[in-house]
Design a protein around this ligand. Sequence first.
Ligand SMILES: CC(C)(COP(=O)(O)OP(=O)(O)OC[C@H]1O[C@@H](n2cnc3c(N)ncnc32)[C@H](O)[C@@H]1OP(=O)(O)O)[C@@H](O)C(=O)NCCC(=O)NCCS
Length: 88
Amino acid sequence: MADAPFYYHLNLLACKKPRLGYATALLQPMLERADALGVPCYVESDGATAFYQTLGFTTRVAKRFGGDDGPLVCFMRRNPRQALVSAQ
Ligand SMILES: CC(C)(COP(=O)(O)OP(=O)(O)OC[C@H]1O[C@@H](n2cnc3c(N)ncnc32)[C@H](O)[C@@H]1OP(=O)(O)O)[C@@H](O)C(=O)NCCC(=O)NCCS
């Protein structure tokens, strides 16, 4: 993203009523904009990797913090769909 003129930062994501499509509906416009701009997106997740995978994110690094019983944080990346298409 070195050449990107800006970035969006969504700090926290949580839905009171799960599995109704709300989080997908919130993120989809941002992902479509990222696709249009051809830029990747990143998330850090300690319990929602399955959800982010449905949006095209993959775990690049997983690190456990604070000892053996600490949270496992996954650093995930989603390539822009245009780049995926042109790379095939
Ligand atoms: C993660 C979270 C934001 C997802 O919100 P949501 O509105 O439930 O997500 P959606 O309804 O758009 O889910 C889309 C798909 O993601 C997957 N998914 C969502 N939650 C999932 C879960 N807990 N486990 C496995 N898959 C999940 C499912 O495939 C789902 O589609 P389906 O319900 O048709 O099977 C919500 O579960 C949440 O608030 N979790 C607690 C807080 C949290 O972990 N936030 C993320 C911190 S990084």
